[in-house]
Write a protein that binds this ligand. Structure first.
Ligand SMILES: Nc1ncnc2c1ncn2[C@@H]1O[C@H](COP(=O)(O)OP(=O)(O)O)[C@@H](O)[C@H]1O
Ligand SMILES: [Mg+2]
Length: 258
């Protein structure tokens, strides 16, 4: 199962990705998480040691690997390259580990189309996203903010798009656009997660903005979270949030999304 976590910048995508992974791992599910945002926050959000974080090279910048697999040097215009590069060993070779059950891959972003010079990187990353399927594992992609990347084929192969929306008009607008574009791409399951929900008014406002049944969870606003930043363990997840994740995971299971 492949899930893409999308939404406006700052909506809570990375935080949601970390909580969902920790929650699933706690209940003995195997999870592979992909950092598909150019800010590469996910290793920080998982609380990995500084030296590990400093040593990370995103797949998008592994020029030698991309050349070896595609037959073309990244950034060289007009090169010929293989359309189906070998990618099945990438997870095993390059994943970071968060505990026993979570593997983390820092992908970097699929570059802007145009100019013709980013082709071998993009072919490599798209192949990676398409073929990365590990039996009995849940794959979670923490995507770049906004909608612009959707046109670059970042989420074409996922089964589910979760749009993270705060109860504010701009966040909701981005989530609605993402859902519309994902529908056009033919993605099966389109769901919404309310984020930083502080009141009953917030809940009903969000409910009014999305089709019935599309909201499968409302993560409460937790004031201490921003200051604390890192929640690297299941035990560190605030109780109110943990309770809501129990509901979210149940909903995801009921709808056969995970
Ligand atoms: N449920 C929440 N309650 C309070 N603050 C939150 C919550 N979820 C996320 N945040 C805070 O919001 C900010 C942006 O979250 P982040 O997950 O990095 O967003 P994104 O990945 O969508 O850009 C962070 O400071 C984070 O701690
Ligand atoms: Mg993020």
């Amino acid at each position: 199962m492949k899930l893409a976590i999308t939404g406006k910048g700052g909506a809570g995508k990375t935080t949601f990705t970390v909580f969902l992974s920790l929650f699933l791992a706690e209940f003995k599910k195997k999870v592979t998480v992909i950092d598909g945002d150019s800010t590469m926050n996910l290793p920080v959000a998982f609380g990995l040691p500084v030296d590990v974080i400093k040593a990370v090279t995103p797949l998008s910048e592994m020029d030698k690997l991309i050349e070896e697999r595609t037959g073309a040097k990244p950034g060289v215009p007009g090169s010929f390259f293989k359309m189906n590069p070998k990618v099945d060993d990438i997870s095993d070779k390059f994943a970071l580990h968060v505990g026993d059950a979570i593997r983390l891959l820092v992908m970097g972003t699929i570059a802007k189309a145009g100019g013709g010079c980013a082709c071998s990187e993009n072919v490599f990353l798209r192949a990676f996203l398409t073929h990365l399927f590990i039996a009995d594992e849940i794959l979670i992609l923490d995507m770049e903010a906004g909608i612009e990347h959707l046109g670059r084929g970042t989420i074409e192969n996922v089964d589910t798009v979760l749009a993270i929306a705060e109860p504010d008009p701009c966040s909701i607008d981005v989530a609605q656009k993402i859902l519309g574009m994902s529908r056009d791409l033919g993605i099966k399951n389109l769901k919404v997660i309310g984020s930083k929900v502080g009141s009953a008014e917030d809940k009903s406002y969000l409910k009014d903005c999305f089709p019935e049944d599309s909201i499968i969870g409302m993560v409460p606003f937790e004031p201490g979270l921003r200051r604390r930043g890192v929640v690297p363990s299941f035990a560190g997840i605030p109780e109110s949030i943990r309770n809501e994740f129990a509901v979210i995971v149940k909903n995801l299971e009921k709808q056969k999304i995970i």
